[in-house]
Design a protein around this ligand. Sequence first.
Ligand SMILES: [Zn+2]
Length: 430
Amino acid sequence: MLSRLSPEELASLYDESKEKMPPEERKRWLNQRLAEQLQFAYKNAPAVKEKFDKAGVSPSEIRTVKDLEKLPVTTKDDLVRLQQANPPFGGFLAVPLNSLNRIYASPGPIYDAWGLEQVKSAIRGFIRAGWPKPGDVVLVSTMYHMVPAGLALTDALDAMGCTVVPAGIGQTELQVKLLHDLKATALFSFPSFTMTVLKKAKEMGYDVRRDFNLKYTTGGGERHIEILRKTFKEDYGLIVGDAYGTADLGEVAYGCGVGEGYHYADEACVIEIVDPSTGKQVGPHEVGEVVGTPFSNVYPLVRFGTGDLASYTDESCPCGRTAPRITHILGMVGEHIRVKGQFVHQKELDEAMSQFPEVSKYQMVLRLDDHRDRITLNLEVEPGVDRQALSEAINKRCQDVFKLRMDKIEFLAKGTLPEDYQKFVDTRWG
Ligand SMILES: [Zn+2]
């Protein structure tokens, strides 16, 4: 158990003035801390020194977030390889191993070094959101072994002064009983599991609003869950908090509850959105990989590629915070293709095609025609469809969703595409 923080210590973790500093001041603040962080990382983490030396870059050459482009991105695959060659942390750990509070093992396998830095960052998020507060009874219904989920949340809630019920996942009826009997005020879980628990409560004859003391729940961990979030709010009267983080970096971005998307958690981490093929930073609303450089004196990864694709905006947010926002997470690097200088994620294609129930299967085929990208969309459709009208509607929809028109739309006989067909076929590099 970590020690509980005093009210003064808690108050010192959140500085409202930092949240709303003017954008130019924010950039200077970030650049200065980044330069210090890189000096520290270079001196204390051998793998960071090697990364700089191999790139022929000295830490003093990186004075701004833009300068980070001089360094390569360390991908998740790179990190797995580095950790396996030099276990457990691949040379990125800046402190003795036995000074860590927690070591987690995430799929990969990747070792994650966790401790007070992440705890403080999580608490900052709770204070910012306004919940949970010291004295709240929190049911933590997420995995407790190996990965930084249940135990990591427990550490932060405990240090903050909450009472934690380490419920884990499964045993839905028991979870309902715990929520009821312990008068829990918050449920921390994946939205789909929260929904299962709430439905079970109804089945067991409870009215959540009347019989429970539940006020808060979390929306993190699963993406594209807008519908569930709405249900939690409207049907159960719950406040839904949301954040985006990874096992390697900890907190990366948080929802403010006012504007759309997730503000960069730039007290904890420098965020870049980069073109995964070049490592160069992309502009607002362009899709790229989320890359993080945490402010850590423990495990100072530099330009770590999360594998998540997203875009960002630096437009002002109605909440008044000036940190840029990740607009939404589009999925993983690998489930997307780059065509005509543009990223298309499979989810975007799915989203576009979800409007056309008459199309039973669709497949985007990319080929090179005289060094130029050409897109053909293969369709299997229900009989009797007006092909020309459908083609026009699809092209319009694709343009709305991912800003590209198809060069050709082909209608295939039903059953042409096998059951396990690929939605993207890229013949350009064959
Ligand atoms: Zn905001």
